[in-house]
Design a protein. Structure first.
Length: 160
């Protein structure tokens, strides 16, 4: 299983990297779980206003099923319980991509831009840097045109 977190400052390109990686892994026939960590309350609004009402009434989980899509919010006692629930789902996927720093024990890909050169990922878990800047970095650097090479790196990565 391939598991990486993507870190970086707002506007650096985290979502761009995640979507590029998802497309490439999907094109190889791999099942991908993508999750975003947010400090804001999750919402299914406006399409799922009833689901939000269910949560507010005390439901531990509320979902919206529409055709082939399922959106679910599950309430945990704390952020650690919510993280455990997500981690329990990993086994069903070939690739897990996490945007944010909710799982500090996984390897990180740090996205940097010309305006955002400070690394946010935990240094001891930093696996690689994704940027077109030519600075010297403490880990391997991949440019935006190196996505196939980055995929190979991720497939072969075996810790720090």
């Amino acid at each position: 299983m391939i598991v990486f977190a993507v870190s970086g400052w707002s506007g650096a390109g985290k979502t761009r990297l995640m979507t590029e990686l998802i497309k490439l892994f999907h094109s190889r026939g791999l099942r991908v779980l993508a999750a975003k960590h947010s400090s804001h309350e999750a919402t299914l609004e406006p399409e799922a206003k009833d689901s939000r009402a269910f949560l507010e009434a005390g439901a531990d989980s509320a979902a919206l099923l529409s055709g082939t899509e399922l959106m679910q919010i599950r309430r945990g006692a704390d952020s650690a319980e919510a993280a455990r629930f997500l981690r329990d789902q990993w086994a069903a996927y070939d690739v897990v991509l996490l945007e944010g720093r909710a799982f500090p024990d996984v390897p990180f890909l740090e996205v940097l831009s010309e305006n955002t050169s400070a690394i946010r990922a935990p240094r001891e878990r930093l696996a690689a840097v994704i940027t077109d800047c030519e600075d010297v970095f403490p880990r391997p650097r991949f440019g935006w045109s190196d996505m196939d090479r980055l995929i190979t790196f991720m497939e072969e990565y075996d810790g720090l």
